[in-house]
Design a protein around this ligand. Structure first.
Ligand SMILES: NC(=O)c1ccc[n+]([C@@H]2O[C@H](COP(=O)([O-])OP(=O)(O)OC[C@H]3O[C@@H](n4cnc5c(N)ncnc54)[C@H](O)[C@@H]3O)[C@@H](O)[C@H]2O)c1
Length: 377
């Protein structure tokens, strides 16, 4: 399989900064070739998911990756942490930072995040504040992180008050998405990642959504070429959006479709695995569409098509699908106040005019929202 490369180009301090996202198969065992330019003769700290050591296939790939980069670097130190949103907090961040400092790093050192979105978010955040910022490379190992979280430079951890409330913008210098590593993903995690894939079609690309409706079964069978197309397409859409609006002053917020609902839902689950990010996003997107059609922004038939693809992908589509969460309308609306799009107590949601055309709706009417959530619960 040919390697696909997407370049993300951004303006930094009046200069152009650009980084590649490599998408292909078996890239990790030859990572020294792809990463030579960034890691040669450097001290490297790899922050990785500790889960890998318990899975022989993953452990093998990870060891080969470490071996390949050891050949061209000064030193490689490993820090193992658990995946899952329970890890994405300030205590774990402090541990990572203290451990990294103990390796006598300097500003030429580089961090490699090797794991899913949780590892990428927390390791990227650590890189952004260590010595006031050192470089980092993302090696995403879940579908969700390959299509979404590894790209765009949002890094951070959760607060007790809400999801991703503490963080920074810190772009990676390179991203390697190796399709082969997805083969060990549990079915539930793969499907959760697919929720973010669907999101890209819904935001901006109707023909991609149409294609997903036709091909989702082959994608779930790990058809390599189709998966490469999925990852490349999502990363290209994300790159196009963030190139225009890196710090989310405008259209980058579209990438948040379903996420205001999703982040609230996740926090009700206390990040204990009852509901995982992609599942919450699936419910959140269905809610955004239902809200859009209830208030005549979009047609009921589009909403039904959206709910249908999530159902066929065996993802939850309604709060009623997760009965253990004990959500009330008022506690949910309360959570929206912590959404990063909220300004002066005015709520902003991403809604849709149709499939492939999301828009930013400022100052959403709270009474309409309450009426809507009452029907959903
Ligand atoms: N920064 C961003 O722009 C952005 C965008 C979307 C989501 N996110 C964040 O990403 C996180 C979700 O990412 P995620 O779903 O990758 O979570 P994750 O990192 O917790 O990984 C999910 C699970 O899969 C396991 N795992 C990882 N790679 C594996 C592999 N190859 N084989 C088998 N198991 C593997 C992990 O141990 C974990 O249990 C959330 O915290 C979310 O907020 C961030």
């Amino acid at each position: 399989m040919k390697i696909e490369t997407i370049n993300v180009s951004l303006k930094k301090d009046l200069e152009l900064f650009s980084y590649p996202i490599f998408v292909g198969n078996n890239l990790l065992t030859r990572a020294d070739n792809l990463l030579n330019k960034y890691i040669k003769n450097k001290k490297i700290i790899i922050i990785h998911d500790c889960f890998f050591s318990s899975k022989p296939v993953l452990d093998e790939t990870f060891k080969e990756f470490v071996k390949s980069i050891k050949e061209i670097t000064i030193s490689v130190n490993l820090i193992a942490i658990s995946g899952g949103d329970q890890t994405k907090n300030m205590i774990e961040l402090t541990n990572i930072i203290e451990k990294t400092l103990s390796y006598e790093i300097d500003r030429e050192c580089l961090i490699i995040a090797f794991g899913g979105g949780v590892i990428g978010d927390i390791a990227g955040f650590a890189a952004s504040i260590l010595l006031r910022g050192i470089k980092f490379i993302n090696v995403p190992t879940t579908l969700l992180s390959q299509v979404d979280s590894s790209v765009g430079g949002k890094t951070g951890v959760n607060s007790k008050l809400g999801k991703n409330l503490i963080g920074s913008f810190h772009q990676p210098v390179a991203v390697i998405a190796d399709i082969n590593i997805l083969k060990s993903l549990p079915d539930r995690e793969f499907r959760a990642g697919f929720a973010e894939v669907i999101k890209y079609g819904l935001i901006k690309d109707k023909s991609f959504f149409n294609w997903l409706e036709l091909e989702f079964e082959n994608i779930f069978k790990y058809d390599d070429l189709k998966l490469q197309k999925v990852i490349t397409k999502c990363c290209q859409i994300k790159a196009d959006i963030i190139q225009e609006d890196e710090k989310e002053y405008g259209n980058r917020a579209l990438l948040n479709l379903g996420h205001t609902f999703a982040h609230a839902i996740e926090s009700f689950g206390n990040y204990d695995g009852k509901i995982i990010h992609g599942e919450a996003v699936a419910i959140g997107i269905c809610m955004a569409f239902k809200f859009s059609s209830k208030y005549s922004f979009c047609s009921r038939s589009d909403t039904e098509r959206v709910i249908n693809i999530f159902k066929k992908s065996k993802l939850p589509t309604s709060l009623k699908d997760i009965p253990d969460l004990s959500i009330t309308t008022l506690t949910m609306v309360e959570k929206f106040k912590y959404d990063k799009k909220t300004r002066n107590n005015k709520l902003t949601f991403i809604l849709n005019h149709q499939i492939g055309e999301a828009f930013i709706k400022h100052d959403v009417n709270v009474n309409e929202l309450i009426e809507f959530i009452n029907e959903e619960i």
